[in-house]
Write a protein that binds this ligand. Structure first.
Ligand code: ZN
Length: 220
């Protein structure tokens, strides 16, 4: 996950790891930007012989920066003073609008739980998720938790070949750790259990609605 700020006139720095991925040389190479569904833009290396006349080359400056045109900024739905997010999806470099930071409620924005760094927000007090819903938050927790020795499992769900999640019943989260004290693990487990219940038993919520696997979370 890589985030980069965008200036008011659309100037953004392509992170080094992304430049290396596309084998782009700053100050020499150019890119081809292709808007795709989901308000994303695919970024590929511009190859003069193949692309001549088909796509407009976007130059990469010596500082590794490029300008996102007004048309592309609209496509990404960028506001002023916003950030973009670079990720690799199906071997392609994808740029999208970065999700806004939101408060980490597991540690109440303090960055620690019982005096130990919060593994949900990695001590920052804030988290980001790119899709709404508690399941995507839990998957962020899964990802961040690995380096803190946290092991999560979510039952009653199945990952489909397209990467989406289909639920088979009310999701149930279990959290374990061989390195963190019990009261630390318990705070996380109780927080997400409460969130799952709140989200799935909202007013007017019918159990049958999700028993057929209607609720689908998308990749974070
Ligand atoms: Zn936290």
């Amino acid at each position: 996950m890589l985030y980069a700020p965008v200036s008011n006139n659309g100037l953004v720095t392509l992170p080094k790891i992304a430049r290396d991925y596309l084998e782009l040389i700053s100050g020499e190479d150019a890119m081809k930007l292709t808007p795709v569904t989901g308000n994303c833009i695919l970024i590929a290396k511009y190859k003069q012989d193949e692309e001549a006349g088909l796509a407009k080359p976007i130059r990469l400056t010596k500082k590794g920066q490029f300008t996102i045109s007004g048309k592309h900024r609209n496509w990404l739905q960028l506001d002023e003073d916003t950030e973009v997010y670079f990720s690799i999806q199906n071997d392609k470099l994808v740029m999208s609008k970065a999700a806004k930071l939101k408060a980490c409620l597991v540690c109440q924005m303090t960055g620690s739980i019982h005096g130990i760094e919060c593994c949900i927000c990695e001590g920052s007090g804030n988290i980001r998720t790119h899709s709404p819903g508690i399941l995507t938050e839990i998957f962020v927790a899964f990802k961040n938790g690995r380096k803190y020795g946290m092991v999560y499992s979510l039952i009653n769900q199945e990952q489909l070949p397209d990467g989406s999640i289909e639920l088979r019943g009310l999701p149930k989260l279990t959290v374990r750790s061989s390195t963190k004290p019990y009261n630390y693990v318990l705070v996380i487990q109780e927080h997400y259990e409460k969130c799952i219940k709140e989200e799935f038993f909202k007013l007017n919520f019918q159990v049958d609605e999700w028993e057929g696997g209607m609720y689908r979370a998308i990749e974070i």
